[in-house]
Design a protein around this ligand. Sequence first.
Ligand SMILES: [Zn+2]
Length: 232
Amino acid sequence: MDLAVARAVVVLSGGQDSATCLALAVKRHGAKNVAAITFRYGQRHALETKFARGLARHFGIVRHKVVSLGFYRQLTTNALMDPAQKIERRKGSVCPTTVVEGRNAFFLLAAAVWAKSFGATEVWTGVSEADYSGYPDCREVFVRSQQRTIRLALDWPVRIVAPFLHKTKAQEWALADRLGIFELVRDRTLTCYNGIPGAGCGTCPACKLRAAGLKAFLSSRRSVAGRTANML
Ligand SMILES: [Zn+2]
């Protein structure tokens, strides 16, 4: 692959959001112009990396880098990194126990550093504040601020592309459907906090959010199909 032509780096975790984000970037730029980066930060489920690799392969991404942020465990802990912690909302806090403090700040900066190394000016992320889980680094205010900070830090005109910032999970499913990757996202991504692929455990907050979005999308699709059938 000619790295000089790659325009965008997609932060790819192997979940629903980043899979759809990657599909969108590939549709916009073509696979040869897109690179992907996956981070290991001490998460319990190494399977995430396997799913990310599978997605990169599926979309024909030649340049996929898996990077270790091995220092994370030295700084903080949470339910995604420590199996002894319960996945739940915390009393008196908007953030659930699954928050990985500052994760997207590190991810976006690291992705931008890599992007600059081969001349790419876009960093894509699947973060969303629409189905807000209480994660401060999934908000538009953070993304805007981080873009400015990275530009200053690197002296590089990077643009952070966050296409789902104000999209609900149901809208993401609809987009996956339009992109022809509905089954891929449904069956070959890993969103579950308990590390179970596809529909997941069904009980953790990530599974519930994903399932509620899927249900809303499928029922809207059925009602559209019903209206169309009535018109025929
Ligand atoms: Zn789950």
